[in-house]
Ligand binder design. Structure first.
Ligand SMILES: CC(C)(COP(=O)(O)OP(=O)(O)OC[C@H]1O[C@@H](n2cnc3c(N)ncnc32)[C@H](O)[C@@H]1OP(=O)(O)O)[C@@H](O)C(=O)NCCC(=O)NCCS
Length: 168
């Protein structure tokens, strides 16, 4: 049996039809084509494609806002999840932004797979953004990965984001 291959490379405009096809299957409220075009147009962003046996299997969009990197989208084809594809893409983001980078993201509190994925990379929950998701009014969990979170501390996060997550 031949081993399947995984390649991580820059996401390009020509990938977008396949991106949209995965996006619509992976998310209840998928991004529009225009949102991907906007992100790919930003010169400082890190937009990656994961190709499994040469076919698009996942993608990630990471934007830079001043000193902070923001992971805006991570998505893997539902038929190809749990094979380390998101891990490979986030590894590559971390390699590109460097060890000292501050990285943030929002995630649904009900998205257990994504929460587990990010926690494995040293992201900590640092607060909530009220009614962030328009489809169901769900709050977002705000996560950060910084030198401090890697030591298990929320020290030094931008003040507005550092509110503790409400106890369940
Ligand atoms: C979240 C998502 C990107 C993970 O992609 P993936 O390629 O399946 O993730 P990986 O195989 O690299 O998983 C790495 C780790 O994340 C955690 N994880 C991933 N999927 C999980 C699941 N369904 N249940 C529990 N933990 C999970 C596990 O710790 C896993 O390690 P393990 O397989 O050794 O236990 C994928 O489920 C997805 O595309 N979901 C829909 C879109 C989405 O919600 N994106 C995130 C928005 S914030």
């Amino acid at each position: 049996m031949t081993q399947s291959t995984l390649e991580i490379r820059r996401l390009v405009f020509a990938d977008l039809p396949n991106v949209i096809a995965i996006e619509r299957r992976a998310f209840p409220t998928p991004w529009s084509l225009a949102m991907f075009v906007l992100e790919l147009s930003k010169s400082e962003g890190i937009c990656l494609a994961a190709l499994r046996d040469g076919q698009l299997a996942g993608y990630t969009i990471c934007s830079r806002f001043d000193q902070v990197w923001h992971i805006m989208n991570v998505s893997v084809d539902p038929d190809l999840q749990r094979r380390g594809i998101a891990t490979a893409m986030i590894d590559e983001i971390l390699r590109r932004v460097g060890d000292r980078a501050q990285i943030t993201l929002e995630v649904r509190p009900t998205n257990a797979p994504a929460l587990a994925l990010y926690e494995r990379f040293g992201f900590l929950s640092a607060g909530t953004r009220a009614r962030y998701y328009q489809d169901n009014g769900e709050d977002a969990v705000i996560m950060w990965r910084t030198e401090a979170t890697l030591r298990g501390s929320l020290d030094g996060l931008p003040a507005a984001e550092a509110r503790p997550v409400a106890a369940p």
